[in-house]
Design a binder for this molecule. Structure first.
Ligand code: ITT
Length: 195
């Protein structure tokens, strides 16, 4: 039977994010069982992803009795939108979507964008919070392309695969270079060092 202290909860309602993390988890080969928790953290609007993640993590303290983590991500169009939508990514996806973002861009040759991911962990054995951040940089596609992934994936051309959007990569290919994959590797390193 699985021991309770070996259960790691990922608190998210986003099934795509859970899918990506599950695939990363499978190859990590660590002595934990990953489970999804749908407890509802409190979301605040703040100026950066890390502050949003910290608040979210603390807002569910006491509701889960083992180690747990949340992951907060954002899409930033650095040029020409000065980082918009950033912390407003979820709202902007629901309102104007990818088409709306493309309509805000004139010169695609100069457009620059990145994704940021922050994994915030409450680590029960040490009774402390930890953060792991990942960023991935790239450009914006002139058109919406690809059908895998979610959110802004169909308009993001990562520097490592400049001719393909994130939505034209498999989950494994995306994980290898993504903001979430980079944050995840730091997280796994921490778990290995703190067995
Ligand atoms: P939680 O329940 O985990 O909070 P969420 O859907 O609210 O899930 P985030 O706040 O982390 O997710 O992300 C905000 C939005 O940013 C999300 O709804 C997507 O539209 C977009 N996004 C995040 N990660 C992405 C990724 O890897 N690829 C494309 N879009 C992404």
């Amino acid at each position: 039977m699985e021991k309770e202290e070996n259960i790691l909860y990922f608190v998210t309602r986003n099934t795509y994010k859970f899918h990506e993390i599950s695939i990363l988890f499978e190859v990590a080969n660590i002595n934990y069982t990953l489970k999804q928790s749908k407890v509802m953290p409190t979301e605040i609007q703040a100026n950066n992803i890390k502050d949003v993640a910290l608040f979210k993590l603390n807002s569910i303290k006491g509701q889960i009795h083992t180690s747990y983590f949340i992951e907060d991500a954002g899409f930033f169009v650095d040029t020409p939108l000065n980082g918009f939508p950033g912390v407003y990514s979820s709202y902007v996806m629901k309102t104007i979507g990818n088409e709306g973002i493309l309509n805000l861009i004139d010169n695609f040759n100069e457009a620059q964008a990145h994704f940021t991911s922050v994994i915030a962990l409450y680590f029960k054995p040490l009774d402390k919070n930890y953060y792991f951040e990942g960023n991935v940089y790239g450009k914006i596609s002139k058109t919406i392309r690809g059908s895998s992934g979610f959110g802004f994936d169909p308009i993001f051309l990562p520097d490592a695969h400049p001719n393909k959007t994130f939505a034209e990569l498999t989950t494994k290919e995306k994980n290898r270079i993504s903001h979430r994959g980079i944050a995840w590797n730091k997280f796994i390193k921490f778990l290995r060092e703190n067995k």
